[in-house]
Design a protein around this ligand. Sequence first.
Ligand code: NI
Length: 294
Amino acid sequence: MTLQESRPRRPCRSNRLWIRLILRSPPGGGGGAVAESVAQSQSGLARKPSASDKAPTASIPGAEVGEPPPKPQESETPLQVFRAGSPSSKQIALTFDDGPHGTITPRILDMLRERQVKATFFVLGDRVKHYEWVLRQIVAEGHEIGNHAYSHRILKFMSNDLIDREIAETQSAIRNAIGYETRLFRPPYGDFRPDTRAVFRKYNLEVILWSVDTLDWKLRNRDKIFNVAINDTHNGSIILCHDIHRATLEAVPDILGSLIAKGYEFVTISQLCGLPPMRLASVSAPPPPPPQTP
Ligand code: NI
């Protein structure tokens, strides 16, 4: 097997959702993590105006001038979307998408272990089933797993039923590999329709985006990837990389060394965003077999 991805895949890119920033104090500490509330989409699939968009006026029968707008229903509670942690802390999170890869991911794990760094891996369901042993190694070494959907298709062009299936099959693949599910989800390309939030809620998933895109999927150059990562990282940054590219593998040691020298502490997404640890599966699942040598 080569070190390169076996088939072309569009990388994650910044989402085009129109969002408004809110501050959230999530349970379990970590107050100050920056979360966003999805309000509307610019994708052409934007929601229709609803009665809650503006207060009733006297032109509406039965309404009084100045009457407060109706309270949103529970189902309209904004979805929390994490893009960064607290700007007042030197903690940052390194994340790897689109794996696991049979060769590159284990080598990245070696680099993380040597520097006692924890990271988070957003995996694809259709790859997990081929590399379950890699997932077990990721978890055994103290890193975190996130769901990155099954086939890396663009969610905003899919029905919620299909998205539900993508998420469910990936959760199942993760559970089969490590014995429990994840509560972290990163949509491919960072993009989704606001109405899909109901699917995320069904699986108790927190949506995790990023604040630093190393552009490793495009640059494919060790020095350029390093420069982007170092120049763009600040307190609370969530750094996006892909554990499927050779250039990323080559850049990781210098990225880790430089950011550690600057005093940053690498933590998992749950730690950075003040989220509880990944929940245990509620269904009976066989315990994962011991790690194997590839
Ligand atoms: Ni991706």
